[in-house]
Design a binder for this molecule. Structure first.
Ligand SMILES: Cc1cc2nc3c(=O)[nH]c(=O)nc-3n(C[C@H](O)[C@H](O)[C@H](O)COP(=O)(O)OP(=O)(O)OC[C@H]3O[C@@H](n4cnc5c(N)ncnc54)[C@H](O)[C@@H]3O)c2cc1C
Length: 399
């Protein structure tokens, strides 16, 4: 296998976590190899919802990434979120900051990668799959399906199925906490939908997960849902059978999709919805994004966390090179920064996910938002300011 010239840093995965990391390193002068098995633009199964964590991550990027996003990407700026209970009542919350935008992942990911590649210290190896790594002297060597690439530091950001993350002894994935998801796009051939809210609908069959309807800039709707993997085992059904059954029998879904046609094949993917992992780094290694299972357990959002962890990995990279220290104990600063930001949020949202198993509680909560304006305002404030959200895990709060 040919051995390539060495780099300072290898980033495996040029998705949002990898590209965000590269963008934060593009003015560092470090020589970076960015490896991706795909050729961009490439599709990614996703709802395409950008929350404030993602938009804030974009705003913190150097070289006007945020302005470039607004100028060159298609997006829909959202006004809020509607939540529909299993009973079929819909409550609408106005929080444009929290639920910011919807994008098409194919475009958005290609945009972010293009931002990273504006710097000539970043070399992209596309259509190249990272399969393993090994330590050698003061370096780490990534074996791809084509060659070996050497560097002093490796950032693993190659998503849920990461082979490199699975090779580390810090990898944690709990299948029982994963959602099996279906995602597709619908469009009304004669009329664009003019919706500015994303909607989460909680059919009893999907609890504690939801069915999402995310309006897109072109008047189409990105939709999908998740169910617990053990529900599928119990029902002895494929997720696509459940999808068809929901479309054929659920009144709320039928109303939403009335006059619309499915314009893309439904795709299936797993989404890890677990507690925050204990470790994200090892000697000369950091793991970012979904390779590190950084997906919010209640909302399924992973875009903002991928970009945030990419940024934190870049910050730690700069420290490593400044101090010439790549030891596991020093890399733990990266773990600490992620835990400081995400630990309490993940714990709370895992608890909230348990509550969302109870149909009656969602029915009561949604009804209270509709019937009690003060309660509605309180929830909107929690969502906008990210304060007092621990109240949400107390069932009494909804009664
Ligand atoms: C159905 C579904 C809906 C979702 N909806 C939302 C949503 O609306 N909002 C939200 O915030 N999050 C959502 N998420 C989560 C979000 O998609 C992920 O958390 C996010 O894409 C993580 O980014 P990443 O960069 O870590 O990984 P990815 O986006 O998966 O990127 C990984 C990259 O690595 C490459 N790669 C993979 N393996 C290798 C390899 N061996 N070698 C080299 N390259 C490799 C891939 O080609 C890819 O480009 C959803 C997820 C699913 C499954």
């Amino acid at each position: 296998m040919p051995e390539n010239s060495s780099f300072d840093v290898i980033i495996s995965g040029a998705g949002l976590g990898g590209a965000a990391c590269a963008i934060h390193l593009k003015e560092s002068g470090l020589k970076i190899a960015l490896i991706d098995k795909a050729v961009f633009p490439r599709d990614k199964i996703c709802g395409g919802g950008l929350s404030d964590r993602a938009t804030n991550a974009l705003k913190r990027m150097p070289a006007n990434a945020w302005e470039n996003f607004l100028e060159s990407c298609n997006y829909l700026h959202l006004e809020g979120i509607s939540i529909t209970s299993p009973k079929g009542e819909t409550a609408t919350l106005n929080c444009p900051v929290t639920y910011g935008y919807t994008v098409i992942r194919r475009e958005f990911d290609a945009f972010l990668l293009k931002e990273a590649l504006k710097s000539n210290n970043i070399k992209l190896f596309s259509i190249e799959k990272s399969v393993a790594y090994e330590y050698k002297n003061e370096e780490i060597i990534v074996h791809t399906n084509k060659q070996k690439i050497k560097a002093r530091l490796l950032i693993i950001a190659d998503g849920f199925n990461s082979l490199l993350a699975r090779q580390t002894d810090i990898f944690e994935y709990k299948e029982k906490n994963a959602a099996v998801c279906v995602q597709t796009v619908f469009q009304n051939p004669s009329q664009k939908i003019n919706e500015k809210n994303i909607e989460l609908y909680y059919p009893s069959r999907c609890l504690p997960f939801y069915f999402w309807f995310f309006p897109l800039h072109d008047g189409s709707v990105n939709l999908g849902f998740g169910v617990k993997s053990n529900v599928l085992r119990k029902e002895k059904k494929h997720i696509l059978e459940i999808y068809k059954e929901l479309l054929n029998s659920d009144k709320h879904i039928q109303n939403k999709l009335s006059g619309m046609q499915q314009i893309s094949e439904p795709q299936v993917a797993l989404l890890p919805l677990q507690r925050l992992n204990k470790r994200f780094s090892a000697e000369r290694i950091m793991i970012a994004g979904t390779a590190a299972m950084l997906v919010d357990p209640i909302s399924g959002e992973g875009i903002g966390n991928a970009m945030l962890s990419g940024e934190f990995a870049a910050n730690q990279t700069l420290k490593c090179f400044r101090e010439n220290n790549f030891h596991a104990s020093f890399m733990k600063n990266y773990d600490a920064s992620l835990k400081k930001r995400l630990s309490s949020e993940f714990t709370r949202n895992r608890m909230l996910l348990e509550l969302f198993n109870h149909e009656w509680l969602i029915n009561i909560g949604v009804h209270k938002v509709i019937a009690n304006n003060n309660f509605k305002i309180k929830i909107e404030e929690m969502l906008i300011k990210n304060t007092s959200r621990w109240k949400l895990v107390n069932p009494i709060f909804y009664i």
